[in-house]
Ligand binder design. Structure first.
Ligand SMILES: [Zn+2]
Ligand SMILES: [Zn+2]
Ligand SMILES: [Zn+2]
Length: 137
């Protein structure tokens, strides 16, 4: 039993380390980047992925599309507590939060007219930001 308790405490500490590492980020990051960072402290990849899933499920993080060496990838972005959406630059990967309250109401209404009890939605606006456009992209 004592051994189980130790394993539990280790898991909790590892998770806390992942959470702390995400809190230090102020720009979108990939699971790989985070795994590399906390991996040096001995935190396993499975813990990183599980903790990221948990943070997404409680709304502290959101998954957004990113670009890496020309290919698509998934990035995580820290989120404000209130419901909102993201606009993502397909060139530099910058993420901004946008409030689309009118859209939220309409999406829920569409679900209702289809006979669904609406549980939520995923909206991401893709674009090229002003800075990237000025850069000639
Ligand atoms: Zn957000
Ligand atoms: Zn940009
Ligand atoms: Zn919404």
């Amino acid at each position: 039993m004592a051994r189980l308790g130790n394993a539990g405490r280790r898991a909790t500490r590892a998770r806390a380390r992942v959470v702390a590492a995400t809190l230090r980020r102020d720009a979108p990051f990939s699971a790989e980047e985070l795994a590399r960072e906390v991996g040096r402290g001995g935190v396993g990849r499975a813990t990183v992925f599980r903790t990221l899933d948990l943070l997404v499920s409680i709304g502290a993080l959101a998954r957004v599309h990113g670009v890496e060496r020309g290919g698509r990838c998934v990035r995580y972005t820290p989120c404000a507590p209130a419901h909102h959406h993201h606009i993502v630059c397909r060139s530099c990967g910058r993420v901004e939060e946008v409030d689309l309250a009118g859209l939220d109401v309409r999406l829920a209404a569409i679900a209702r007219t289809r006979g669904y009890a609406s549980l939520g939605h995923t909206v991401e606006i893709a674009g090229i930001c002003a800075e990237c456009r000025e850069g000639g992209a």
